[in-house]
Design a protein around this ligand. Structure first.
Ligand code: GDP
Length: 296
């Protein structure tokens, strides 16, 4: 995902460190190139601008041009600012609420919501040793309910039995009740997606949210959609209030802009990333590790 950006930044920063002495103008020129590289990687304009401003301000503050290894200092500042832009610390899914902890999964159709629900269910069950119940609230697409049931069997995570004719809110309430009676620790509620953001979608999810009071509202977005992913996140957050992002298809060969801008634009942490179609293809998003990878 970040290969092109990695090459570009690597080249720019290598040239800088090889030069020995640097002037303010050299640093400014290199930062212009970094800015261009970020924009080409589809990073949001305001995010790229803030990033460069911060790097420049710190370079001036540290008086890097007078240091013995100015190039290396710039690289270190770029690295630190990149980590900051990505959210500083890795943040996992919070389960700090009384059981069964409701977690609402929201997002557009095709974003990878159902797959991510199963990935999270499996992860919480195997890594966190939590007893998980998953439920599909997609009343319009019976295939989506079947898909979650199938994934439940594959991952050995329990799913709520399908009862035709119920509304999303009714299913959500039934899931919470089953969670309580069955002694589950976590109930994952996979809501219906739409191909576009529309009021009916939001109204339904808001209703489910009110009925279940979720501890986490996780928005699933497709990293390959670039800046659209960031706009989708903004819209969902505005309408619903999300607590974290699950970014899918990081295994694809997108430019990385969504992953890089998401945190800075929305203020919401990327909690997990999807890195493949299989149910174990999921990772935490660690800003430090991502920055290390991008800067080589
Ligand atoms: P939903 O409509 O949002 O529930 O989307 P699905 O969960 O059905 O996913 C749509 C397609 O994307 C499926 O073919 C998934 O296997 C695939 N998919 C989901 N997450 C990822 C991912 O992280 N990487 C890749 N390569 N494919 C994914």
């Amino acid at each position: 995902m970040f290969d092109a950006l990695q090459d570009r930044l690597g080249g720019i920063l290598d040239r800088l460190t090889r030069r020995g002495a640097l002037t303010e103008a050299d640093v400014s020129e290199a930062m212009r190139e970094v800015r261009r590289a970020l924009l080409e990687a589809d990073v949001a304009l305001e995010v790229a601008r803030t990033f460069i401003d911060n790097v420049k301000a710190r370079a001036v503050g540290f008086d890097v041009v007078k240091s013995v290894t100015p190039g290396q200092m710039v690289v270190k500042i770029v690295h630190d600012e990149l980590v900051k832009m990505l959210g500083s610390e890795a943040q996992g899914i919070s389960l700090a609420a009384s059981a069964p902890v409701p977690i609402l999964m929201v997002g557009l159709q095709g974003s990878g919501k159902t797959t991510s629900t199963a990935k999270i269910g499996r992860r919480l069950q195997t890594r966190e040793k939590r007893n998980v119940l998953m439920a599909s609230l997609d009343t319009r697409r019976p295939a989506a309910m079947e898909q979650l049931a199938t994934l439940g069997k594959q991952t050995e995570v329990a799913t709520l039995p399908i009862v035709p004719g119920q509304s999303a809110v009714q299913i959500a309430k039934r899931a919470m009740e089953a969670g309580r009676l069955g002694g589950y620790d976590v109930v994952l509620l996979d809501t219906a997606g739409r191909t576009t953001l529309d009021e009916a979608l939001m109204a339904e999810v808001v209703e489910v949210r009110q009925a279940t009071n979720p501890h986490e509202v996780l928005l699933v977005v497709d990293a390959l959609t670039g800046q659209d992913a960031v706009q989708t996140a903004r819209a969902f957050d505005g309408a619903l209030g999300v607590t974290g992002i699950v970014l899918t298809r990081l295994d694809g060969d997108g430019r990385g802009g969504a992953a890089l801008s998401m945190r800075a634009v929305t203020g919401k942490p990327i909690k997990l990333v999807g890195v493949g179609e299989k149910w174990d293809a999921v990772d935490e998003f660690d800003p430090q590790r991502v920055a290390n990878r991008i800067l080589g």
